[in-house]
Design a binder for this molecule. Structure first.
Ligand code: HEM
Length: 488
C-alpha cells in the first residue's frame, strides 16, 4: 500500500515538474509558477488578471517579444511586441485563429457560439453571421437603441430628484442589458431600478462569478481534459435553461403569429428560413453570445468614459459643445448620421478603450509550430497565447504619460504617428469583434443623451484612482462607479 502511494506521489511530482519547467526547456523568459495556481497565485483573489498581466508585461517588454506564464497549470505565452501581435492576429491568422477554449456542446448547447468555435465550423458560422452586422443593419436597429436610451434618461431624471449620487455601472448595465435583450431576444425588459429582473440576474451570473465558479472557470481554461472529463461548462444550469427557454418561446411566438421585427433575432430567423439554414441550437447559442459579448463591454465603455469626464470637466465641456453643435444641425434629433459627425466623441470613445480596454486581454491558440521572426524562439503547436491589451494600451513606449486621459491622442494626426497594432480594443484580423459597430453605436447614443441632460461630477464615494475588482471577469471598478449627476 505504502509503495503504491509512494509511486503515485512520485508520478504526480514528475507531472507537476514537467509542467513548471515547460518554458525553461523552450528557452522563453518566464514568470515561475507553483502547484496549484501557477504564476497566477493572486489572480481572482487579491488582483484582477489585467493587473497581473500588465505588471509582468512591463517587466518583460524590453527584454523579449514574448514570455511564458503558468495560468494555473496551463503554460501560456504572453506577447509584448506589436509586430509579433500583428503576425499572430493577421499575417499568420490561419495558424492562430482559435481562442483555445475547450468547448463542450453536450454539457451546454450555448457553448456552440461564434466566440468559442474554431476551425471550419467557426469559419462557416462567421460567414453566416457577418451580414447581420453591416452599417445598414445598425441603422435599422438604431431607433430601438435610441428609445431605450430615452428610458434610461427618464429613469435618471426621476432618481436624481431624490439623490444626486448614484452607482452608475448598474445603470449603464441595465441600459445595455435592455438593449441586447431587445435586439437579440426581441424582449422588452425593464431593468432600471429592478436589479433582480431575470435578465439582470442572468447577466450577473455570467460576469460576476462566485469564488467557486471562478475556480471552475480557471479549470475549464487550464485543462481541456479535466473540463471534458467532468462535463464542465462556464454557465450555471439555470442560465442555460433560461436562455434556451426564452429563445424557444420567442421563436415559436414569432413564427406562429408571423411577427417580424428589426432586430438581430429576426436576422437569425431569416437565416434559418433561407437556403443557408440555421439550427435551433445555433440560434440560441448565438443570441446568447451577442448578449454575453455585447452588454458588459458597452456598459464598461460608458462606466469608464463618464468617470474620466467627471474628473476632466474641460473635456466634458468640449464634448457637450460638440454634441449641441451637431444636434442643432439635425433639429435636436440624435440619429445614426448625426453621431458619425461627432469627431470629438469618437476621440473620447477611443481614448476610453485605450485606457480601459473592455476586453483587457485576448486569447489565441496555435495549430502548428511557429518560429518567431528574427529570433530562435519557437511557439509549439497547441500553445495558448495571451495578448495583454491593457498593458499594450498603457505602454509609455507608444503613449506618453499613459495614465493621463487625453482624447487628443486620437486626432487623425496623432494616430498616424503611432506604430500599428498598439491599439486593438476590438482585436484585428479574422477574429475581430463582429459587433463593434453595434457596441460603438449603443455606447455613443447613451453618452450623448446623458451629457445632453446632466453634468457629471465626481462624488465623495468615487474611488480615485480606480481599483479593479479581483473577482470580476472584465475590468470592473471595485465597489462600483459612484458619480454625481447635476441637471443642466
Ligand atoms: C464596446 C463594445 C465592445 C468591445 C470593446 C468588444 C470587444 C471585442 C473583442 C476585443 C473581441 C475579440 C476577442 C478575441 O479575439 O480574443 C470581440 C469578439 C466578439 N464580439 Fe465584441 N466587443 C464589443 C461589443 C460587442 C457587441 C455589441 C457584440 C454583439 C452584439 C459583440 C459580439 C462579439 C462576438 C460574437 C465576438 C466573437 C467573434 C469571433 O470570434 O468571431 N461584441 N469583441
Amino acid at each position: 500500500m505504502f509503495l503504491y502511494l509512494a509511486a503515485i506521489l512520485f508520478l504526480f511530482y514528475i507531472w507537476i515538474k514537467s509542467i513548471f519547467t515547460y518554458w525553461e526547456k523552450l528557452g522563453f523568459p518566464y514568470v515561475p509558477g507553483k502547484f496549484p495556481l501557477g504564476s497566477t497565485t493572486n489572480v481572482g483573489r487579491t488582483e484582477h488578471m489585467s493587473t497581473f498581466l500588465t505588471r509582468e508585461y512591463n517587466n518583460f517588454k524590453h527584454k523579449t517579444p514574448a514570455f511564458g506564464i503558468y495560468h494555473m497549470l496551463r503554460p501560456t505565452l504572453v506577447l509584448t511586441d506589436p509586430e509579433l501581435i500583428k503576425e499572430i492576429l493577421v499575417k499568420s491568422f490561419d495558424n492562430f485563429h482559435s481562442h483555445g477554449i475547450a468547448i463542450n456542446e453536450k454539457a451546454d448547447p450555448l457553448n456552440g457560439n461564434l466566440f468559442f468555435k474554431s476551425g471550419q465550423e467557426w469559419k462557416d458560422l462567421r460567414a453566416k453571421l457577418s451580414p447581420t452586422f453591416t452599417s445598414g443593419r445598425m441603422k435599422m436597429m438604431f431607433p430601438l437603441v435610441s428609445t431605450i436610451a430615452d428610458d434610461m434618461i427618464e429613469y435618471l431624471k426621476d432618481i436624481v430628484e431624490k439623490s444626486d449620487t448614484h452607482e452608475m455601472k448598474e445603470i449603464y448595465s441595465s441600459f445595455t442589458t435592455e438593449v441586447i435583450a431587445s435586439v437579440a431576444f426581441g424582449l422588452d425588459t425593464k431593468c432600471h431600478g429592478n436589479p433582480n429582473n431575470d435578465f439582470r440576474r442572468m447577466a450577473r451570473s455570467i460576469f460576476e462569478p462566485t469564488a467557486m465558479e471562478n475556480i471552475k472557470n480557471l479549470i475549464i481554461i487550464s485543462s481541456e481534459r479535466i473540463s471534458k472529463l467532468f462535463n464542465m461548462s462556464f454557465n450555471r444550469q439555470e442560465t442555460t435553461d433560461f436562455f434556451l427557454r426564452i429563445v424557444r418561446e420567442n421563436l415559436e411566438y414569432r413564427e406562429k403569429n408571423n411577427v417580424k421585427r428589426n432586430d438581430f433575432f429576426q436576422l437569425l430567423i431569416n437565416i434559418k428560413n433561407s437556403e443557408i439554414g440555421m439550427t435551433f441550437n445555433e440560434i440560441a447559442a448565438n443570441s446568447f453570445v451577442f448578449f454575453a459579448a455585447g452588454f458588459e463591454t458597452s456598459s464598461s465603455v460608458m462606466t469608464f468614459s463618464t468617470y474620466e469626464l467627471a474628473l476632466n470637466q474641460d473635456i466634458q465641456d468640449r464634448l457637450r459643445s460638440e454634441i449641441h453643435e451637431v444636434l442643432e444641425k439635425y433639429n435636436g434629433e440624435v440619429s445614426y448620421d448625426a453621431i458619425k459627425e461627432m469627431k470629438y466623441l469618437d476621440m473620447v470613445f477611443k481614448e476610453t478603450l485605450r485606457r480601459y480596454p473592455a476586453l483587457d486581454n485576448q486569447n489565441r491558440k496555435s495549430t502548428h509550430d511557429f518560429k518567431i521572426p528574427n529570433s530562435k524562439l519557437i511557439i509549439p503547436a497547441g500553445t495558448n497565447i495571451i495578448i495583454p491589451v491593457h498593458g499594450l494600451h498603457n505602454d509609455e513606449r507608444f503613449y506618453e504619460n499613459p495614465e493621463k486621459f487625453d482624447p487628443e491622442r486620437f486626432s487623425e494626426e496623432n494616430i498616424k504617428k503611432r506604430p500599428s497594432f498598439v491599439y486593438i480594443p476590438f482585436s484585428e484580423g479574422g477574429r475581430m469583434c463582429i459587433g463593434y459597430r453595434f457596441g460603438t453605436m449603443e455606447s455613443k447614443v447613451g453618452l450623448i443623451k446623458l451629457l445632453s441632460v446632466f453634468r457629471i461630477l465626481p462624488s465623495e464615494k468615487t474611488s480615485i484612482p480606480i481599483q479593479f475588482s479581483p473577482t470580476a471577469s472584465l475590468q470592473t471598478p471595485l465597489g462600483g462607479m459612484w458619480l454625481k449627476l447635476q441637471r443642466l
